[in-house]
Design a protein. Structure first.
Length: 146
């Protein structure tokens, strides 16, 4: 999968460089006026009118390859491959030994026995509340004392 992404990226970069080169080789719309007065465009390699058609078609093909490579990268880059994990993930899990006897004499039990559970007695006096913080001065509530 990694090799496929590398190949697609190489194709995309080559297509982008080809597009850049072909666009720079093409004549602009203003060059036609100069060619009409014999500025040398008629002596080009592909002829006076053939260069724009060949270069335009070549640019279109390179752009199509570029777009196909972009779609390929989006398709293959969006697939999530299951992580193989690291070396530490492949270690065996540590085994833990259960205690020999639980609190109620039941081997392997970690829950307290029913006799050890207590409920608050309603007749017992309540625990005293925490004392309130002394006020440091009038109008200064909410400030930290020094």
């Amino acid at each position: 999968m990694n090799t496929m992404l590398t190949i697609i990226v190489v194709v995309q970069v080559l297509a982008a460089l080809t597009i850049i080169g072909l666009v720079l080789l093409q004549h602009g719309k203003g060059a036609d006026m100069g060619a009409a007065f014999g500025s040398g465009a008629s002596g080009s390699l592909f002829g006076a009118t053939g260069s724009s058609n060949f270069l335009s078609k070549s640019t279109g093909v390179a752009a199509a390859i570029f777009f196909i490579a972009t779609l390929g990268l989006a398709f293959f880059g969006n697939r999530h491959v299951a992580a193989t994990g690291g070396v530490m993930d492949r270690l065996p899990a540590p085994t833990t030994q259960a205690p020999a006897s639980g609190p109620a004499g039941v081997p392997g039990s970690s829950a307290p026995a029913p006799s050890q559970l207590t409920t608050p007695d309603p007749a017992a006096p309540a625990a005293p509340a925490a004392p309130a913080a002394p006020a440091s001065g009038a109008g200064q509530s909410g400030q930290i004392p020094k």
